[in-house]
Design a protein around this ligand. Sequence first.
Ligand code: ADP
Ligand code: MG
Length: 361
Amino acid sequence: PFLPRVNPSLGAITLAISALVATLVIACPCALGLATPTALMVGSGMGAENGVLIRRGEAIQTLKDVNTIVFDKTGTITKGRPEVTDIVPAEGHTRKEVLRLAASVESGSEHPLGEAILRRAKEENLELYRAEEFEAVTGRGVKARIGLSPRRLVLVGNRKLMMEEGIEYKPIEEDLRRLEGEAKTVMLLASDGRIAGIVAVADTLKEDSVQAIRELEGMGLKTTMLTGDNRRTAEAIAKKIGVSRVLAEVLPDEKVEEIQRLQEGGEVVAMVGDGINDAPALTAANVGIAIGTGTDIAIESADVTLVRGDLSSVVTAVKLSRKTFAKIKQNLFWAFFYNTVALPAAMLGLAHPVIAEIAMA
Ligand code: ADP
Ligand code: MG
């Protein structure tokens, strides 16, 4: 008497449907129970074959609802191995001295920009000065004291660093803008409180970045580039690859806030990144996607890892998620359809047990 049961005062049709549903559930329709997990298993297996490793199961589900994909620039859209392209000395300095000073300061740096400068100095067989009191200023650049006595404070970094240190860089502003317009990342060099020159580097795009962005846009997704690089450089690169939105001059610890702002605006966000500074943003995003060639901490923070470093894998991941869900719906439909038809048929003695066995399989 305490168990809820089908109320006999219901209409005949309602009563019949209630009884049918109860029978279907009790009869343990395996097909219904298997519809979702098998699709998910096959989906993630196919992902793995195609270089898309799903580390958290929900990701495959959330990814189909994503409407914005945010890409980190360096190491994600680009190869992350910048090369020095231009060295412009300020008045009273030589090209060689600019490179030598910059490389001496960067000798303590692990940033790809610093490595580019060091590689170039090595190629030109320059002997470096000894650097002391090295300091990396997040999102801005580096500084160190150079030479014997008197030791000079030398800075290498962006406008923000120069402004904070009170360095006047007007004399080279024109060169700076020109190089940034060419999609190059430009670093200013200051020695003893005065501007000494600039060093420009360029990073090559990954071969399939343009194609992948175009496909994602074609699938109705809004693509966004997120970078600490300056606005003019970022926009020049964005134009080359066709992303529809650029968030530039974002400090590493602000990347998370940018993701959260997009989410507050109602967007469902996937973030693709490779660096240590992307890790918090990868966690904050609805789906975090790490480039497999990136840092371990990025991979640890992400839901999905792309084994190959290319952006086409992002397209694969989104398609995989959408197809897996279409398959789940299809499975559920057929499972329910089969049980609804076959169970009553069997009860009416219309199916021989052998036929039932075959139908079940
Ligand atoms: P991202 O990896 O998104 O390009 P970062 O936060 O690493 O951005 O760097 C942002 C900016 O800070 C760089 O574009 C550069 O101007 C400056 N910067 C950072 N590290 C260095 C460095 N070692 N030498 C010179 N400039 C640097
Ligand atoms: Mg990066």
